[in-house]
Design a protein around this ligand. Structure first.
Ligand code: F1P
Length: 289
């Protein structure tokens, strides 16, 4: 996991080059898109949907693959994300819509079943990973999608290099609980940050849309706990959290690069607890039913 985390800037550069290739089969402007995945891949789908919508490229909806109501809903393209290319729910969905919606698979390994199950494939073998816990495949996939949606990812690459050098504070390693917050595309990042902390370090973490945090979840904010905003914080939120005694964290760097710092915190917490972050209990590299 450590090596996979630190290789992200180079992987993101490669993803940006892939996005610029005119033969890249990702959906063109104006198409109505459903994007699906499970676990981490679902959270990357959430971020992409918000980015594509906000960029005015066409209505884009994200679903976890097991709950995706895509049939008969008028989508032009189904984008399916899966590092392993073997996740059962995603394969079932692709089989169910075959011939009715154009499908594009984003996968790590071209030899995986999803490569055959979709109409078009974008493979990112350079970002594939050995660890059960995903880090670079997820962020590299999102960088590809972000660049394809017209985003400038060079600042993200620069900030990720800085996030790899930034200190991991002792208070973050020792904290009792985390709440990650996001807004727009960074809500998907907040969900992923919380999942990373759970998977790698068995930590108690939650995630919410930033404004929603005020509607109840703030009740458990307290000294020794951390509220971490990915991206720009809504006005007043920092002060509201500080009054509870919890620590409010927000950085002036690209939100995807800030996720790299969260990955490092998860790794340090796992080490501090004597856990193996590459093979957490109860988890497998992909879930096959
Ligand atoms: C999806 C996933 C991972 C999760 C766990 C089980 O895998 O849910 O996000 O961390 O390892 O599988 P994939 O479909 O992207 O291969």
């Amino acid at each position: 996991m450590a090596q996979e985390i630190s290789s992200q800037p180079e992987c993101w550069r490669q993803a940006a080059r892939l996005a610029a290739d005119p033969s890249c089969p990702l959906p063109a402007r104006g198409l109505r898109v459903a994007v699906v995945g499970c676990g981490t891949s679902w959270f990357m789908a959430q971020a992409y949907a918000a980015l594509r919508d906000a960029a005015g490229l066409g209505e884009t909806d994200a679903f976890t693959a097991s709950e995706a109501p895509v049939s008969g809903r008028g989508y032009d393209v189904l984008v399916a994300i899966s590092r392993s290319g073997t996740t059962t729910e995603v394969l079932r969905l692709l089989a169910g819509v075959r011939g009715r919606i154009r499908t594009v698979a984003l996968i790590g390994d071209t030899a995986s079943p999803m490569a055959q199950a979709a109409d078009a494939v974008v493979a990112l073998p350079f970002a594939d990973e050995r660890s059960v816990v995903q880090t670079r495949f997820a962020t590299t996939t999102l960088t590809l999608l972000r660049a394809h949606a017209g985003g400038d990812v060079s600042a993200a690459v620069r900030d990720a290099e800085e996030a790899l050098r930034a200190p991991v504070e002792d208070e973050w390693v020792r904290a009792e609980q985390f709440a990650f917050l996001g807004s727009g595309w960074t809500y998907g990042l907040a969900n992923e940050a919380a999942l990373k902390m759970r998977e790698a370090s068995q930590s108690w973490t939650e995630s919410y849309p930033a404004m929603e945090y005020r509607h109840g979840p703030v009740a458990i904010a307290a000294p020794g706990r951390i509220t971490w905003m990915l991206g720009d914080a809504p006005e007043g939120l920092a002060g509201e959290v500080a009054r509870t005694g919890a620590r409010f964290v927000a950085h002036d760097r690209d939100p995807l690069a800030d996720l790299v710092l969260v990955q490092r915190v998860a790794l340090e917490r796992a080490r501090a607890r004597g856990l193996d972050p590459d093979g957490p209990r109860n988890l497998t590299r992909s879930v096959i039913l």
